[in-house]
Design a protein around this ligand. Structure first.
Ligand SMILES: [Zn+2]
Ligand SMILES: [Zn+2]
Length: 278
């Protein structure tokens, strides 16, 4: 089960590390996958990830991107790679070029502009799929999944030489399977989001929950953010084993928030919800 340590919170095989406070800073790293979602600031654990998945350009999600590239160069690490919404790729390039001039050196980097449905291979058989997210700025969410070739059932009893023989004959002996590992939404207006089965089934769903209090629903709607009530309505459709809440407001009273969860959810549902607060 989950525990929190200096390495962050454990969710099954993976850990989540970093920080997330609404309007201030968000950077959620998954070190095992070499990925950090958003880079509103750059703690050590974010720096050590080779890939940044930037959801949108709001400052609390994007402010430390230039620092990330520069610092990786300074520390002799491989150049970082940032996946970004296509609409903001150009201003990001310009911003980084300006930083190169300010610093008096060019930081090596790779910016990968993505649109809804685009995929990027992090490493062999580990892929990221981008999807459109409704928010007040051009936004993408990211789904990370692993891809495996599995032997077709009818060949399961065969020996290795027999399998090789079939392969050499050009026979199709495997099928491709996909396992969704992590889905990260970023800031989102939930009721307008288009869900896929992979998103609902990802082992870990990282979802913002900026507003908890009764009476704050209209504020959530105005900023295109999630209110606890939106999440509760959605829960029956979600099959994710871990649902991790980020982007809480600094105003949120944690004791009160936990109490609300216990009041409004069944014990089964409550058990799946975790606060990201490493
Ligand atoms: Zn935000
Ligand atoms: Zn935002």
């Amino acid at each position: 089960m989950r525990n929190k340590s200096r390495r962050g919170m454990r969710c099954g095989e993976l850990s989540l590390c970093g920080v997330s406070i609404a309007g201030e800073q968000t950077a959620v790293a998954v070190p095992e996958l070499d990925v950090c979602f958003d880079i509103g600031l750059c703690p050590r654990v974010a720096l050590s990830c080779g890939h940044i998945c930037l959801t949108h350009g709001h400052m609390d999600h994007a402010a430390a991107l230039a620092y990330y590239f520069s610092q990786r160069d300074f520390q002799g690490m491989q150049p970082g790679i940032a996946l970004v919404p296509k609409q903001i790729a150009e201003p990001i390039e310009q911003m980084l070029a300006t930083w190169d001039r300010i610093e008096g050196k060019a930081s090596p980097r790779q910016i990968v502009p993505l649109s809804d449905g685009d995929e990027y291979e992090i490493r062999r058989n580990l892929l990221i799929q981008a999807f459109s997210v409704p928010h007040t700025a051009a936004s993408l969410g990211y789904l990370i999944y692993s891809r495996r070739e599995k032997l077709l059932d009818e060949y399961l009893g065969l020996s290795s030489p027999q399998i090789v023989e079939l392969k050499n004959k050009g026979q199709k002996i495997t099928r491709t399977t996909q396992a969704p590992l992590v889905c990260y939404l970023g800031d989102v207006q939930l009721e307008a989001l288009k869900w896929t089965d992979m998103m609902r089934q990802a082992g870990i769903l990282i979802i913002e929950c900026t507003f908890f209090e009764d009476g704050h629903q209209h504020r959530a709607r105005f900023g295109q953010h999630v209110h606890l009530d939106d999440l509760i309505e959605l829960l029956p459709q979600l099959q994710n084993e871990y649902i991790v809440l980020t982007h809480l407001s600094r105003r949120t009273d944690m004791r009160q928030a936990k109490k609300l969860l216990t009041q409004k959810l069944s014990p089964d549902q409550r058990q799946r919800i975790h606060f990201f607060m490493s």
